[in-house]
Design a protein around this ligand. Sequence first.
Ligand SMILES: Nc1ncnc2c1ncn2[C@@H]1O[C@H](COP(=O)(O)OP(=O)(O)OP(=O)(O)O)[C@@H](O)[C@H]1O
Ligand SMILES: [Mg+2]
Length: 454
Amino acid sequence: MAERIILQTNGAVDHAMRNAGTLEGWKEHVARYAVGNSRLVLALSTAFAAPLLYPTGAESGGFHFRGASSTGKSTALVVAGSAWGGGGIRGYVRTWRATSNGIEGIASMHCDCLLCLDEMGQVDGREAGQIAYMLANGVGKARASRTGEARPAAEWRLLFLSSGELSLADKIAEDGRGRKAAAGQQVRIVDIPADAGAGMGLFENLHGFPSADAFARHLKMAAGEHYGHASIAFLRTLVDNFDAIAPNVKAYVDEFLEENCPTDADGQVSRVAARFGLVAAAGEMATLADVLPWEPGEATRAAARCFRDWLAMRGGVEPAEESEGIATVRRFIELHGTSRFEAMGDLAPKDGFGGPVEQRISNRVGFRRRADGGGIEYLVLPEAWRTEVCAGLDAAAVARTLARRGYLATDSEGKPQVKTRLPGFANAVRCYVIPADILGEAEPAPVAAGGPLF
Ligand SMILES: Nc1ncnc2c1ncn2[C@@H]1O[C@H](COP(=O)(O)OP(=O)(O)OP(=O)(O)O)[C@@H](O)[C@H]1O
Ligand SMILES: [Mg+2]
């Protein structure tokens, strides 16, 4: 006889792992419609990937659907959540707002499960950053108990789906105090453009529905009628084949990486690719187990597509700090190219007789002059480079990146500073010389042509 296990807790647990309708109804009226819709397939596959974290030792983290209002973001969360539960007043999906008040309780309650967090817009940037970090790190704050003894911090392991109009990075920058999302945060919560580019918001295939609007409304309604069965059916198959999970998933993720992750990708990129691979593996496993009514390959295609969209939006395969450094310098010159750089040489203003005119530059960071081959060069003094242009970043690392990309002149020894004679300085001084090209070119080309799928 099967062993009966009773879980006894201190109080009632406010969970949403209820069920209604049937698994067949869910497959027919909800899951089937995800086919051909990369975001829906990814969201549903993520629902099944959560219980794979434990047997495979994969790290916690999440996907964030970012995009304009009424494009189907919350719908995608509702659809994915219906694999796990629903009902009650709120259904399975939680909000960022509610989570910021009780993150530890909510996160531990979703341990090894999917957590859906809607509406990042409801919390401020700093809070969003902290929640994302904590959720993905899997541990809460240690607190004192009523008797003053240290109470162990809550721990969890989960995957989450989130939605909002801004990306986490933009959200964190939103408060205007110059905060930036750390690269670590951007790896933990992977930002996916909600718009799939087919002119129908998050959707690509409406399966005969007259409009994206009608399709979204159907999905939400059907997910409210059939929910909570799929996760149980999937967990059953996992339990029956527990020892095979880790090796199977690993082989699958390796294959996914080989096919989709550019070979020259930075560690941050391959870490994110591995998360997409895990999700693809989960979708394929649930398909094989007949929990998802999809053809084999559907989950993999969707994960690969979303990974490509993430990579294209990220702007390349180099570490996020590098693209951020280039963007920061570019932004500084765009904003202050004329106001904070004193013109020198033939750019310097002259009076009617060709004599020099005194320039009033407040908070000068350097000079600008005509380059040998035409164009304008910006020369930044070392102190201003560190404290103004690269404020908040590792200035030496930014200089190295720019030099490597041809956005900074180097001296004969390859150093990214060049000795130059500047007006008002008795001797030649070392400064950073930035060609105007840095303004002309768009963000680094989306993904090198070398990657196997591109
Ligand atoms: N792709 C779409 N095209 C047109 N209308 C849509 C689309 N997706 C959703 N809608 C309509 O918008 C309503 C809200 O959908 P949903 O909650 O998924 O949007 P959302 O992207 O989360 O928006 P918000 O950012 O405002 O929360 C749906 O009930 C539907 O009527
Ligand atoms: Mg919404």
